[in-house]
Design a protein around this ligand. Structure first.
Ligand code: KMH
Ligand code: ZN
Length: 280
């Protein structure tokens, strides 16, 4: 079976320090999380940054610091969020691309997000993608609803994207597509030929949907961004969630992709060949 790529999303933009003591606020804490999660089996880290007080920031210097800490503690593929937090401007969200992370997310359409709207109009998507293309940053397509795959196809027709790509199905966001195996199989069937895919399911759906994805030959995203709990009422650390996904993979006969193997599978350059001078 193909090796499993585990992405850890340790921070996100929604949970607050009063909800869990395990939220990494400082870049140094992100470095520690990266080290533990790589040891537990992760190969990609999806990065959001916070200020020391827990508020969201897309400050470039903060992201540069986070990148440095992650890189000095791990070989993980560093994937920056261009989704950011509700209320950030598209320019703010795309600004961190200047640091040339290996990967960054591209959410492929506007979606209700709880009582808010996570805005990703075609002009916003085109601007983010154009910048990614100019800077050589590999997108991961974030799909919150089936129509987002249609939007991605449209961006490909416009010449901004070539398939296959790595796609992450974000399921169970209030306002987006529900987290269910039938929705997942439908999305997988609708993927352009050759795409790799993962599932990031929200809350208590993270465990069953990860298990389904591992069994189906897909990849998984776990971490506090999407789910704070290990089980009902028991708060999780990021490495505990990664370790559990790794154990399930072992039971199902899926080997784990190391960061180097994940780079090979995703067509990213080996770490040794990457320029380190691009960062601030
Ligand atoms: N925080 C959400 C509004 C991404 O990282 O690309 C957007 C998000 C998606 O988390
Ligand atoms: Zn995110």
């Amino acid at each position: 079976m193909n090796p499993l790529i585990i992405t850890v999303a340790p921070v996100g933009a929604e949970i607050t320090p009063d909800q869990t003591p395990h939220l990494a606020l400082k870049p140094e804490q992100l470095g520690e999380v990266a080290e533990k999660c790589q040891a537990a089996g992760a190969s990609i880290i999806h990065v959001h940054c916070r200020n020391d007080d827990g508020s969201n920031t897309h400050d470039k210097a903060r992201f540069a610091q986070a990148y440095k800490e992650i890189r000095s503690h791990s070989d993980l593929i560093v994937q920056f969020s261009t989704g950011g937090a509700i209320g950030m401007t598209p320019e703010e969200r795309a600004g961190v691309l200047d640091l040339k992370p290996e990967m960054a997310t591209l959410t492929c359409g506007t979606v209700n997000f709880g009582d808010d709207i996570f805005e990703n109009s075609f002009p916003i998507m085109r601007a983010i993608l154009t910048k990614m293309n100019e800077l050589g940053v590999r997108p991961e397509l974030e799909i919150f609803d089936k129509g987002h795959l249609s939007n991605a196809r449209r961006l490909a027709r416009e010449g901004l994207l070539t398939f296959p790509q790595h796609v992450d199905f974000v399921l169970g966001v209030p306002g987006g597509l529900d987290a269910s195996v039938s929705n997942l199989t439908d999305l997988v069937a609708y993927l352009p030929e050759g795409c790799t895919w993962s599932v990031a399911a929200i809350g208590r759906a993270q465990l069953p949907m990860s298990t389904a994805a591992i069994a189906m030959g897909g990849h998984v995203r776990v971490g506090l961004e999407d789910n704070m709990y290990y089980s009902r009422g028991q708060l999780a650390t990021n490495d505990e969630l990664v370790a559990r996904a790794a154990r399930i993979a072992a039971e199902l006969g899926r080997p784990l992709a190391t960061p180097a193997k994940a780079r090979e599978m995703l067509g990213l350059r080996p770490l040794q060949e990457q320029a380190s001078g691009a960062l601030m």
